[in-house]
Design a protein around this ligand. Structure first.
Ligand code: ADP
Length: 267
């Protein structure tokens, strides 16, 4: 293979979005909450999903991570079709084990931190690498301490969640997600359960992660974060993408009345 060909191949691969959603639909008991969502997220991009409560943002995030199955459309993550494998041109649903394998590369941070209450911060962080990846305990601990330091908690490895503030717990949850070396991080309103004075410390960690090149999809009501950090802002309402673009476009010069009225309410 000549150098030129190799370069072209890697360029082609680099051009494939890390996440591609095509015409994704999802209903709960006949109530269609996603009505044909399209989204491309490129490597290293931060995409903020905005929209009123009930517009389908969380459901869409959960579909990407297979916490919900989709009814129509397709989602690819890093070129792999989510939830399926192809055998001789036919698509087969993945079984639970295969789904778990596909989900390993995606880190998710929830509104409620979901830490194990009877494990220390460090034990929470090393749990998945130990159990799922079979990493040696000492190695996992060293890495876990580095990750806790990265989120500003170098002094808290032995603290239990109950001894930590909400902001600290959420930062442990971020470190825990990072421990699996995800290629994609999903954040579902990571600061909305926090007291206002604790929001900044979590957003700061997320911003550093973005600066380090992590690909992130963030459901948030933090307009400042969306404006400053997002490469792409997606405004959803009623299960559809109403408007998307750069923060300066969607937040600064919204084209749709639904976006404008949402932004007015957020002020
Ligand atoms: P958002 O994140 O934008 O607030 P959601 O994705 O949480 O919106 O919810 C979209 C709609 O789907 C809401 O009407 C919600 O009640 C409904 N919904 C979400 N999850 C479920 C579920 N597991 N069962 C039934 N309805 C659900």
């Amino acid at each position: 293979m000549t150098d030129t060909t190799a370069g072209e191949l890697s360029r082609t691969r680099g051009d494939v979005p890390l996440v591609r959603a095509l015409n994704v639909s999802k209903s709960f008991h006949g109530n269609e909450v996603l009505k044909g969502i399209d989204l491309d997220v490129h490597r290293g991009e931060v995409v903020c999903l905005l929209g009123p409560s009930g517009s389908g943002k969380t459901t869409f995030l959960r579909c990407i991570n297979q916490l919900e199955s989709i009814d129509g459309g397709r989602i690819w993550v890093d070129g792999d079709l989510v939830g399926y494998r192809e055998v001789k041109g036919h698509l087969h649903h993945l079984n639970d084990k295969e789904i778990a394998t596909q989900r390993r590369d995606i880190g998710m941070v929830f509104q409620r931190f979901n830490l194990f209450p009877h494990k220390t911060a460090l034990e929470n962080v090393i749990e998945a690498p130990l159990i799922v990846r079979g990493v040696a305990r000492k190695e996992a601990q060293e890495r876990g301490r580095r990750l806790l330091a990265q989120v500003g908690l170098a002094d808290k490895p032995d603290a239990y969640p109950g001894q930590l503030s909400g902001g600290q717990q959420q930062r442990v949850a971020i470190a825990r997600a990072l421990a699996m070396d995800p290629k994609l991080m999903l954040f579902d309103e990571p600061t909305s359960a926090l007291d206002p004075e604790l929001v900044g410390e979590v957003l700061r960690v997320m911003r550093e992660l973005a600066d380090a090149g992590m690909t992130m999809i963030v459901v948030t009501h933090e307009m400042g974060f969306a404006r400053d950090v997002a490469d792409q802002v997606v405004f959803m309402d009623g299960g559809v993408v109403v408007e998307e673009g750069k923060p300066t476009e969607v937040l600064g010069n919204p084209q749709h009345e639904r976006t404008r009225s949402f932004l007015r309410r957020m002020r």
